[in-house]
Unconditional design. Structure first.
Length: 492
């Protein structure tokens, strides 16, 4: 028989930052001692920055070195100003850096500002500026980068990714601005070579410059990129050689653009957006968005689809220019390895210009289908609204058909005047083109072709029958706001 044992309960022991809680100590008289401890994970802590110096106690660099995975770095109340860096800040573990809106990290045009080698790094309410590197002047990330309410501006890369260079992992930008960055090669704002899907939500990618592809965003990751309620504007792929995608250049992946604006961008091909299959499947999904005021020196002022797939729904392409080429609004062409396949439903393509032909659309090769779409008011030397053959799914209004072909009986007659207002604000998150009172586009579509298009570009409700041709539904009401769950029964 063993002798009786004593049970002693222990608690509130600490190992590092985490409490260790013992179940019991079992003491066998004359036999053995068994100690069983269960330790909780280390508790995340706040590490406070109190100095704007680059090195030393209380600095951001010191806080990054001392923080453990999961910690949050914050800045002392009232601390504001610029931290001038002599070398990059390197982060290789899960970490949050919580700015206060008054802290700017400055690379002094001599070093990259932040280098992320791994982990999930959250940057909030910070300005990253004046960085310089071969790739990723502002930030280079091989981990999971999440930015909220940040600004990345005036950074420079001698190769790729003036603002951000994503070499692996993914990125999520929320309410973040990438502006006035420069890359000698490509990706003036962002170079995306990530290995997982990424997102931009309510972002501003503006006024970036590159000498190569994708002045705003160069998307070549093979991973999906989704852009929601954002603005891609004023970016320039500027060089004397042939460059592509002033706003965005995407290849070998899926690009989703929802309720966003692509405006005022410039390049040789695809002033606003360039999507290309150069050996790997490429797809653009454009929903509820406006492409306007972009310029291509050659083809595709607003959008160039080169061997890729593209589906455009409830969107507006207006006031774009193809200077010396074709397709002021949209140019479609097969690439060597890819067949361009473009589906356009309930779009308005108006007021675009080409100095050659196909002011609205040029379909050089590939396939194009049109449904419930309004193409009017475009200008070119020949075939002002559309050049090439397409498949009509019915109820299109093409003002000037020229030599284009593919029309069916339900399409409105050649020469029909759509009576359009200019591009402007008509509600919703983007600018749209409103058909004026009496326009033949209004109530032109019967219920058979209205099915599946419950909303217009603004997110307003379309009727189930007799809906309008184009991206905007005249007289439509905005959706009802959600019921406040707290007060829905009338209690306060």
């Amino acid at each position: 028989m063993h002798a009786p044992y004593a049970a002693i309960s222990l608690s509130h022991l600490h190992a590092g930052r985490g409490p260790c809680v013992a179940g019991s100590i079992r003491l066998w008289v004359g036999a053995w001692l068994a100690l069983s401890l269960t330790c909780a994970p280390a508790m995340a802590a706040d590490v406070v920055v109190v100095s704007l110096e680059d090195t030393g106690a209380g600095t951001l660099r010191n806080a990054i070195a001392e923080a453990v995975a999961g910690d949050r770095i914050v800045f002392a109340p009232g601390l504001a100003g610029t931290i001038s860096l002599n070398s990059t800040l390197t982060i290789g573990r899960d970490l949050i850096i919580e700015g206060n809106g008054n802290i700017e990290l400055d690379g002094r045009d001599t070093s990259r500002v932040i280098t992320i080698t791994g982990g999930q790094v959250d940057l909030r309410r910070l300005v990253v500026r004046n960085g310089f590197a071969t790739d990723g002047g502002g930030i280079a990330s091989a981990g999971t980068l999440r930015m909220n309410n940040c600004v990345v501006r005036n950074n420079n890369a001698s190769a790729r990714g003036g603002g951000l260079f994503i070499s692996a992992g993914s990125y999520s930008l929320v309410d973040t601005t990438i502006a006035d960055n420069f890359a000698t090669n490509e990706g003036g704002g962002i170079e995306d070579l990530g290995t997982a899907p990424s997102t931009i939500t309510r972002g501003r990618i503006v006024n970036n410059i590159s000498s190569g592809a994708g002045a705003g965003i160069r998307h070549v990751s093979s991973q999906e990129l989704t852009i929601d309620h954002s603005t891609i504007s004023g970016n320039t792929a500027a060089t004397t050689s042939v460059v592509i995608g002033g706003g965005i250049a995407s290849q070998g992946a899926t690009l989703n653009i929802n309720y966003s604006t692509v405006s005022g961008n410039k390049s040789h091909f695809g002033g606003g957006i360039y999507v290309a299959n150069l050996g790997a499947s490429t797809k653009l999904n454009l929903i509820g968005s406006t492409i306007t005021g972009n310029t291509a020196v050659s083809d595709g002022g607003g959008l160039f689809v080169f061997g890729a797939g593209a589906t455009l729904i409830n969107s507006t392409i207006a006031n774009n220019l193809a200077g010396a080429g074709t397709g002021g609004g949209l140019s479609i062409q097969n690439s060597g390895p890819g067949t361009a396949t473009v589906i356009i439903n309930n779009n308005t393509i108006a007021f675009n210009r080409s100095n050659a032909n196909g002011g609205g659309i040029t379909a050089i090769s590939g396939s194009l289908s049109l449904k419930n779409t309004l193409i009017a008011g475009n200008i070119s030397g020949t075939n002002a609204d559309i050049q090439g053959a397409f498949v009509s799914e019915g109820f299109n209004l093409v003002q000037t058909r020229g030599t284009s072909s593919g029309y069916v009986a339900s399409d409105l007659a050649n020469g029909t005047l759509p009576q359009l207002a200019t591009l402007g604000f008509n509600g919703g998150p983007t600018l749209t083109v409103l058909p004026n009172t009496g326009s033949p586009a209004i109530n032109a579509i019967p219920s058979s072709n209205c099915a599946g298009i419950a909303l217009d570009q603004r997110g307003y409700n379309r009727p189930a029958n007799q809906c309008d041709i184009g991206a905007l539904e005249v007289g439509a009401a905005p959706p009802a706001p959600p019921v406040n769950q707290v007060f829905r029964d009338g209690f306060e």
